[in-house]
Design a protein around this ligand. Structure first.
Ligand code: F3S
Length: 413
């Protein structure tokens, strides 16, 4: 690989062992994927931010990197942690897990990371522009950055993201290069998308078909909101491993479908109808009458607008006392929800607005044991996909309206 003088100095150890190790990781990765050079990255979003993912070995590695003088050279944000860093005890998260989480968060902070612990850093101002190279992990955030913002990133793992945060560069392969960003599969959406969850249903269906190929959607209205596109990308990245999608007339590299294909035709075309969406939804809705346990909203982390909608739907009602409602979000978003009175409305109804964590990165089995949950209900296709494995529980999947109605009545209906 061709390295700049600064990159070579880091590789030779002139900036210390942490930077040498980081450059070794990135050069090795570049060799594997045939990169010829590095690209400078302007930001990093760190995937291995929960101890449930990092484990003891990963936590030690981050601590050692900090102890060896590691300092992040670019703006770095943290993905969700294993629990709410401030209210974990009240919420019943295990103290041993949270003690380890505090170690991991502290090590990242020592190196300069912003401990926002969210999978939607773009809602907090981590907003790369069109064509900007970044090194992000977390599949839903990667899909959003590449597709909705037009930034350029591969799906980074913990070690490569850490290495890029230190060095400020990433090997130039995959989605950093123009030729790998062209659409491959044409998806004609022939049905109305009525709710945010419909965007998740669509993403789940198309992700299964595309796997790691790049879909180009037509038929999605220009009025699609950021929350809807967020849900679409998260679902595409869970049933498949889609890291970039284009929506004709909506996302910045797809002023038209033809532009998104970059002069080539699609290698496959798909038509999505109302009944396809319903069938996709049915495959996620796997619970069969088990009592409702946890109702989880905010995967990806909820925006203020989504929290407001939950608060409005709960107004004047009380949750059924046999279940818990979690609305998951980032700390600063919760602060805004506090100020607007949405948090109060949700807690008065018996729910919780939880920060810093998510059901997939929390100690799920310990929580199931402690609270005796028998099922998870959600409006997120991504969570519905992963929850059976992570929580060992069947899932009820439906629109927000259905989830909130169920949380009040105690029945899925
Ligand atoms: Fe975010 Fe966790 Fe869902 S990281 S996308 S809330 S599984």
């Amino acid at each position: 690989m061709r390295l700049s003088q600064e990159e070579r100095q880091m590789l030779e150890g002139q900036r210390g062992p942490a930077f040498r190790k980081a450059m070794e990781i990135l050069c090795r990765l570049g060799e594997i994927y045939g990169a010829e050079r590095m690209v400078p990255v302007s930001s990093v979003h760190m995937p291995g931010s929960s101890v449930i993912v990092a484990g003891e070995a990963g936590t030690r590695f981050v601590e050692e990197t900090a102890a060896r003088g590691g300092v992040f050279g670019v703006y770095t944000t943290l993905n969700p942690a294993a629990g709410d860093l401030e209210r974990w005890s009240t919420l019943g998260f295990p103290p041993d897990v949270m003690a380890n989480q505090q170690r991991l968060t502290a090590a990242y902070r020592r190196m300069g990371a912003v401990a926002c612990h969210t999978c939607t850093p773009y809602l907090l101002g981590q907003l790369p522009r069109l064509g900007e190279h970044v090194a992000w992990g977390e599949s839903s955030a990667v899909a959003f950055a590449n597709s909705v913002l037009g930034a350029r990133t591969n799906r980074e793992g913990g070690p490569s993201a850490l290495a890029s945060a230190l060095t400020g560069c990433a090997p130039a392969y995959g989605l950093h290069l123009d030729e790998n960003r062209r659409g491959q599969v044409l998806v004609r959406v022939g049905c109305e998308l009525r709710t945010t969850t419909d965007y998740g249903r669509l993403g789940y269906l198309v992700g299964r078909e595309c796997q790691d190929r790049i879909p180009v959607f037509t038929g999605i209205p220009a009025s699609a909101t950021l929350d809807e596109l967020k849900m679409l990308g998260a679902a595409l990245a869970s049933s498949g491993s889609v890291a970039l999608f284009h929506v004709a007339g909506v996302t910045p590299e797809a002023l038209t479908a033809e532009a998104a294909f970059g002069g080539r035709g699609p290698e496959q075309s798909l038509d999505v109808t109302e009944s396809d969406l319903a069938a996709g939804s049915a495959s996620l809705n796997r619970a069969r009458g088990e009592p409702l346990g946890l109702v989880a909203i905010g995967c990806p982390h909820a925006s203020v607008q989504e929290i407001r909608e939950v608060a409005a739907r709960l107004k004047g009602s009380r949750l059924h006392d046999s279940l818990h409602l979690w609305v998951m979000t980032a700390g600063p978003t919760r602060q805004m929800a506090d100020r607007m009175g949405y948090t109060q409305a949700i807690t008065e109804a018996g729910g919780q607005v939880i920060c810093d964590t998510c059901p997939i990165l929390a100690p799920a089995r310990a929580l199931v044991e402690r609270f005796g949950y028998r099922s998870v209900a959600t409006n997120s296709a991504k969570l519905a996909h992963y929850a059976p494995g992570q929580w060992g529980l069947p899932v009820y999947f439906g629109d927000l309206e259905q989830c909130i109605r169920a949380a009040i009545s105690g029945n899925w209906g």
